[in-house]
Design a protein around this ligand. Structure first.
Ligand code: V47
Ligand code: SF4
Length: 383
């Protein structure tokens, strides 16, 4: 009688390339892939191969569950002292009349708009404004905390924090403690871009470097604050740069276990200094998600940020290792619509998001920021 094969055994058996077959066997044995193997996957791994392996790993970890959370964004300003060439969103201080600068009250009005609504998280992120300092943001965070203690406050990229702390003449640890005491609970993953110094020099030379970004996240982890990690891909970076970036994150995760999730961010070419580069294809997007799922073996959660990727591509990514679609989000984020993403006014109701997940045979699960499960949406009727 013929032995029944599991999905992964069939993949192993049908792979004729020795190197790829050996990688598939390692994935089956739950062994960590080396950097060389990661690069090889980018060079040789075709979408059906990496996709099937990534789907296997995601199924083992999460079965059919796909997570989302109910959140809203506050973007205090798009005025920024830095000049990242991929950024379509920021305006220099001297051109601040073209941008926005929200007052404390305007930001609290956004928070109050959600009174009585079932949101669990506020995500605060924006440009680096020379006049919005640590004291200002400690006050904002403590006001939000006082107004709505049940809301998890996730805020400020390492880039914003690095600038704030340096201006306040505080160490990263001192500054982080102040924000934490004011009520900040976790950090988003922005600002990581790509750590490789030569590429970083080309795309965002004047902001915190890779080492500084990692130090800020490590400090947060040590204080018990979880954080996210991103990688901006699809511009000048090589496959080796992508793997180097993911490897540095993997090493820090080994050390602290403080990352909640990994979020690859596709470079969008609308209206910025790098527009001539264009954008990578959908196949390359899916290959990247799949390889991230295989390489980042100590990150349980791989997030596709749908406002940036577009909802159809985000839906597709659920078959390539992704297990999280971020949030329902109101139309409060402008970072991607200004960079030419399909989602010009990104907002999705819980029902829309759940339907999108169900259409690919998965089960929508609402989570909180720390990935505690809040509600499993088994049936369409229970919304
Ligand atoms: O660091 C800016 C990116 C990031 C472009 O942690 C661009 O849950 C593509 O990090 N094309 C900020 N990307 C946003 C961010 C984020 C978003 C959602 C969720 C979380 C989280 C974090 O946006 C920047 C940069 O990498 N970005 N411009 C662009 N043209
Ligand atoms: Fe400023 Fe962030 Fe835009 Fe860079 S990506 S210019 S740090 S807002």
């Amino acid at each position: 009688m013929q032995k029944t094969q599991t999905g992964i055994e069939a993949i192993i058996d049908s792979t004729t390339d020795e190197q790829l077959r050996s990688i598939a066997q390692k994935v089956h044995r739950k062994e960590r892939l080396t950097e060389e193997e990661g690069i090889l996957l980018f060079e040789k791994g075709e979408l059906p191969f990496v996709g099937a392996l990534a789907n296997y790993v995601a199924q083992e970890l999460h079965h059919n569950k796909v997570y989302f959370n109910k959140n809203f964004h506050i973007e205090p300003t798009n005025v920024c002292v830095f000049t990242c060439h991929f950024c379509s969103y920021s305006r220099l201080y001297k051109h601040r009349d073209e941008g926005w600068e929200l007052s404390m009250e305007q930001m609290m009005d956004i928070v109050r708009k959600y009174d009585g609504q079932e949101v669990t998280e506020v995500h605060i992120v924006g440009g680096v404004h020379p006049k919005m300092n640590l004291e200002f943001f400690c006050e904002l965070v403590s006001k939000i905390r006082a107004h709505r203690p049940d809301l998890h406050i996730k805020g400020f990229t390492a880039v914003e924090l690095d600038y704030m702390f340096r201006k306040a003449k505080l160490t990263v640890e001192e500054g982080m403690k102040k924000l934490n005491e004011a009520g900040l609970q976790s950090l988003p993953g922005g600002g990581a871009e790509i750590f490789a110094p030569a590429v970083r020099e080309k795309i965002c030379a004047d902001k915190v470097d890779g080492e500084g970004w990692l130090h800020i996240h490590e400090t947060a982890h040590k204080l018990g604050m979880p954080t996210n990690a991103t990688m901006l891909y699809g511009h000048y970076e090589s496959y080796a740069d992508r793997i180097d970036h993911m490897s540095q994150l993997r090493q820090l995760q080994d050390k602290t276990n403080g990352f909640n999730c990994f979020i690859p961010l596709k470079y969008r070419s609308g209206d910025n200094d790098m527009s001539h580069l264009g954008e990578v294809s959908l196949v390359e997007d899916m290959r990247l998600y799949a390889i991230a799922r295989l390489f980042m073996d100590n990150f349980r959660n791989l997030k596709a940020y749908w406002p940036m990727l577009g909802r159809q591509s985000a839906q597709l990514s659920l078959s390539f290792g992704v297990n999280d679609l971020d949030g329902t989000i109101d139309d409060t984020t402008k970072i991607y619509s200004m960079a030419g993403a399909e989602e010009q006014s990104p907002s999705m109701s819980t029902e829309d998001l759940c339907n999108l997940i169900r259409m690919v045979g998965k089960v929508p699960v609402e989570r909180d920021t720390r990935y505690n499960e809040l509600k499993v949406y088994e049936e369409a009727a229970s919304m």
